[in-house]
Design a protein around this ligand. Structure first.
Ligand code: PLP
Length: 389
């Protein structure tokens, strides 16, 4: 028995607010009945506001990986060339998923220390004079490294070189925490999940789809069944799904969107920025290094912190879990053991964030990691200076 609440400070799944938990705790109803169909119509109307699109958003009972796959099988044909920029582990996983689907997926090399390099993307697109590249794939918020890429900037680059590829954006760990404008930024498919900024349990994922992506869908030849947009979009019009939806997660989605609208999306984004800045001030005062080196790409969702050479980030995480009942994100892929990640997303107050930072500072001491004290003080000072009153 541990008293108090577990601190879940991984960069998703994020804490599920009580209001959302209560909303899911309702009888499952007939998903072909009138009550459910009215609820779905209401949800899809409001989802458009979250993605900032005039088009319908497809909802899958799946994790984010499913929505990655859905974006590709619905718009591309075997052998098509796609490019990703290697911001970190999730960009690399996306490439390997694309290869497994029979696409030719090229990873533009990155050092995992910052956002997608727009110059590298521009050079690659310019070199593609025959327009063999069918899609540019960008991870909006790289959850492995805490780097936020300039999606609108990528669209501007594509337009400036006159490249007709589709623009796919993985917003799995960005949506609901960071501004994303599907229509205005000319995104063709936005991929998202329920378990991060949307504050839901894992289990729903989304594709927001442009008219250009819909046109590509008509020609796409990769076999598809479960992920097929056509029956999804047809049935969504009357509020139903081609197969059994995750009814109780949809109740939760209704409530989570209510919460986001009550706070105001811009306030939600500003809150995430502020928590990111407070966390980075703590990290700097501890004398530790942010995995993301480019201030223009600092993530409002998480901060990936490097431990000093010769130390193991996972030992620190274990000490913090054992002593303070707090989960921090592990380092992924080639930064495993070198990095721990502090999630500052979703349903989080100033005091919860401060508590989390206290846990890290105490853990650094207990684990014997070389650091300076006073990070929490720096974060508290920033949070009080920038509070409303
Ligand atoms: N893309 C990003 C940026 C992610 O952070 C994740 C999961 O953390 C995924 C894709 C994969 O999503 P899932 O684990 O829900 O399948």
């Amino acid at each position: 028995m541990r008293s108090g609440r577990h601190f879940l400070q991984i960069p998703g799944p994020s804490n599920v607010p009580d209001r959302v938990l209560r909303a899911t705790d309702m009888p499952t109803i007939d998903h072909r009945g009138p009550t459910f169909m009215e609820m779905t119509k209401d949800i899809t109307k409001d989802l458009k506001k979250i993605f900032k699109t005039a088009n319908d958003v497809v909802i899958y009972p799946a994790s984010g990986t499913g929505a990655w796959e859905a974006a590709m099988v619905n718009t591309l044909s075997p052998g098509d060339k796609v490019i990703m920029f290697e911001t970190g582990m999730f960009a690399a996983l996306w490439q390997s998923l694309a290869e497994n689907l029979g696409l030719s997926a090229e990873l533009l090399p990155g050092d995992w220390r910052g956002p997608a390099d727009l110059n590298a993307i521009e050079d690659r697109l310019k070199a593609d004079s025959n327009h063999e590249i069918k899609a540019v794939c960008i991870t909006h918020n790289e959850t492995a490294t805490g780097a936020l890429s300039d999606v609108h900037g990528v669209r501007k680059v594509m337009d400036s070189v006159g490249h007709p590829a589709l623009l796919f954006v993985d917003a799995v760990s960005a949506l609901g925490s960071v501004d994303l404008r599907h229509d205005e930024w000319g995104i063709d498919v936005t991929i998202a999940g329920s378990q991060k900024g949307l504050m839901l349990p894992p289990g729903l994922s989304f594709n927001a789809i442009s008219n250009k992506a819909l046109a590509a869908h008509k020609e796409a030849k990769i076999p598809k069944a479960y992920w097929n947009w056509t029956p999804m979009l047809t049935q969504l019009k009357d509020g139903s799904f081609p197969y059994t939806p995750a009814t109780n997660l949809l109740y939760g989605l209704r409530e989570a969107m209510n919460m986001l609208f009550e706070e105001g999306l811009d306030n939600v984004f500003a809150r995430h920025q502020r928590y990111g800045e407070a966390t980075r001030r703590a990290v700097q005062a501890w004398g530790l290094e942010n995995q993301c080196l480019d201030p223009a790409g600092f993530s409002p969702v998480l901060t990936a912190v490097r431990v000093p050479e010769g130390h193991d980030a996972n030992e620190l995480r274990a000490v913090i879990l054992k002593n303070f009942d707090m989960s921090l994100g592990t380092g992924l892929g080639k930064v495993a053991g070198d990095v721990f990640r502090i999630g500052h997303l979703g349903d989080l107050s100033e005091l919860s964030l401060s508590g989390a930072l206290c846990g890290v500072e105490m853990g650094l001491g207990l684990a014997g990691l070389p650091h300076q004290k006073g990070g929490v003080q720096q974060a508290l000072a920033y949070l009080s200076e920038t509070s409303d009153s």
